[in-house]
Design a protein around this ligand. Structure first.
Ligand code: ZN
Length: 112
């Protein structure tokens, strides 16, 4: 059942791989597409990322652009409030459902 698989050329996806680290939904705006800029201790604009952990699904935060490198200044700040337990469960369930569907779709495409 290949109903509407028109947009099969997703070359950008393949750079990231299909790990669980991947965001379940595409970002609507880039990590630097916000204003006014928030600066970290490096005096550089801090990118805005979205967490998809069990504790903070879908919660946005600012982080030093050198995060996870030796130059990391350690800057970290939440943007959104913490979700309620219900919202958290709901978002995690949806995140997992989307990942599951993507996994199944990828397996289907490999068999074709
Ligand atoms: Zn920094």
């Amino acid at each position: 059942m290949a109903s509407s698989s028109s947009s099969s050329r997703e070359s950008r996806r393949s750079q990231v791989g299909s790990g669980e680290q991947q965001a379940p939904v595409p970002y609507r705006v880039g990590p630097y597409a916000y204003w006014p800029p928030v600066m970290c201790q490096c005096n550089q604009m801090a990118p805005c990322w979205i967490a998809w952990s069990d504790e903070n699904p879908g919660r946005r935060y600012y982080r030093c652009r050198y995060g996870l490198t030796p130059s990391d200044c350690g800057f970290f700040r939440w943007i959104d409030r913490q979700a309620t337990p219900y919202e958290r469960t709901l978002l995690c369930d949806m995140r997992d459902a989307i990942r599951q569907m993507k996994r199944e779709k990828a397996e289907e495409e490999q068999q074709m």
